[in-house]
Design a binder for this molecule. Structure first.
Ligand code: GLU
Length: 229
């Protein structure tokens, strides 16, 4: 059975104890992997050091084992791969596909909710105001420059087993944050390299992440990385 050789993953964020949603999601992936520890990998999404604790990941791992799940490879901790993700970020900078954003959260909210808003934040503050904020030592967040990306991106799609053919809507993605100011990377940037480096074939996860998958598909196109099912 060819299904038996596909690689699956479960990727909890250690921001608390394992909850029922985790357990259900993990169990679905585990069953899809044929309940085979050779085909099941664990990724610990601990990039966000403001919310993640080692204590939680240890307890989550214990609970997953208690549920009967197993994996041959040692769990991969995203925080240990920050260098890899910062290289990717540097490449995006070199290619001018991202720009530094110094807007506060409330400024972003205000701009995007204005009636004439087109999703772009690029020109929301003047170059001199940007300069001023940088001088004050404010770290920028890095956002996708959708204005530029739109010009070089063909129609992108991916296939979802439950929801069918998905078409990437660049307008909906907008100038998404690709590196947070405090972390220097993001979940989005990290997962696409993780899939490629860990040879993930099929991603089984919660419906709440369906929309985010469009960002991942776009990044896969920009970096010429494979798209798992
Ligand atoms: N760690 C994230 C979460 O728990 C993402 C999981 C994933 O990509 O499957 O929501």
């Amino acid at each position: 059975n060819i299904m038996n050789s596909f690689i699956f993953r479960f990727a909890p964020s250690p921001t608390g104890d394992l909850h029922l949603g985790h357990a259900y999601s993990a169990f679905c992936a585990w069953q899809a992997a044929g309940a085979s520890s050779a085909n099941f990998k664990l990724r610990i999404d601990d990039l966000d050091f403001t919310r993640c604790k080692d204590d939680y990941s240890e307890r989550q791992i214990e609970d997953l084992k208690w549920l009967g799940l197993s994996w041959d490879e040692a769990p991969l901790y995203q925080s240990q791969r920050l260098g890899r993700y910062q290289e990717a970020l540097a490449e995006l900078k070199d290619r001018a596909l991202i720009y530094p954003c110094l807007l506060t959260r409330s400024e972003v909210r205000q701009i995007l909710s204005a009636p004439q808003a087109d999703g772009s934040l690029r020109h929301a503050i003047t170059a001199s105001e940007t300069e001023k904020r940088l001088e004050k030592g404010t770290q920028p967040a890095w956002r996708l420059d959708m204005e530029r990306i739109k010009k070089i991106t063909p129609e992108l799609t991916w296939h979802d087993e439950n929801y069918g053919l998905q078409i990437v809507d660049l307008h909906k993605i907008g100038d998404a944050v690709i590196a947070r100011r405090d972390i220097g990377a993001s979940y989005h940037l990290s997962v696409v390299f993780y899939y490629a480096d860990s040879s993930i074939d099929i991603v089984v996860r919660g419906r709440d992440l369906l929309a985010d998958t469009a960002i991942h598909r776009l990044l896969q196109f920009l970096f010429d990385l494979p798209t798992p099912r």
